[in-house]
Design a protein around this ligand. Structure first.
Ligand code: HEC
Length: 190
């Protein structure tokens, strides 16, 4: 065989080998899908699905864990937030309208500056302004379902029975006058 033929044959074999390899051995890299469509109707989901969605929102979609993780100290830990929240709304300095722990967490997400945990405010504002981005603003883009799910997830972590269908604090959700939270999804009135 001439050198040319040998070289050509070698090239064909190498190309064929790479082609076979890429077709059969390189797995399709698809990112893991979210546990379920985050625009799904929460009223059709069971508690397990809701908390699974909440975990996804907390760790991925809402990037909550980026600030609220145990390292860094950028934000208060939320390990017992459902218990802490019940105390917050009883404080004299509390000016929001939540009457449940779930409602307080919701308020904290949608209107972070309404109550600022001491020492965590934006520098120079004497804790009047929160550095936390509102979860419903377009950059974060959580839906009503996402927020109810992440609250259920946080309640479960606190050892409290999740109440994803809690009534929103006055002025939120279906009450369009407030204009910031909720798009009037089915669950917002429960
Ligand atoms: C950029 C950082 C950042 C991100 C992202 C963030 N937070 Fe926060 N969050 C903070 C800081 C700082 C505070 C404390 C100041 C305050 O009270 O607003 C806070 C406060 C809170 C509180 C009140 C805590 C308390 O002890 O009263 C809740 C509840 C909360 N965040 C939930 C969330 C959830 C849920 C998400 C994800 C959707 C989230 N946060 C995303 C920084 C962040």
């Amino acid at each position: 065989m001439s050198v040319f033929l040998k070289t050509a044959l070698f090239c064909v074999i190498v190309v064929a080998a790479f082609t076979l390899f890429s077709v059969y051995y390189i797995p399709d890299l698809k990112p893991a899908p979210p546990p379920m469509e985050t625009r799904a109707d929460i009223t059709t989901m069971d508690l397990e699905e809701i908390t699974a969605l909440g975990r996804y929102v907390y760790g991925v979609k809402g990037s909550c864990s980026r600030c609220h993780g145990s390292v860094g100290g950028r934000a208060p830990e939320l390990k017992e937030i459902a218990l802490t929240a019940a105390g917050r709304i009883k404080e004299d300095s509390y000016k929001g309208s939540a009457i449940t722990a779930a409602g307080y967490i919701y308020e904290s997400m949608v209107d972070p500056s309404l109550y600022v945990v001491r020492g965590y405010g934006v520098k120079g504002t004497s804790d009047a302004e929160s550095p936390m981005p509102a979860a419903s603003n377009r950059a974060v883009g959580l839906t009503e379902t996402d927020m109810r799910a992440v609250i259920a997830y946080l309640q479960e972590n606190s050892g409290v029975t999740p109440t994803p269908f809690f009534k929103l604090p006055e002025g939120y959700g279906a009450d369009k006058a407030h204009g910031r939270a909720g798009k009037g999804e089915a669950a917002s009135e429960r």
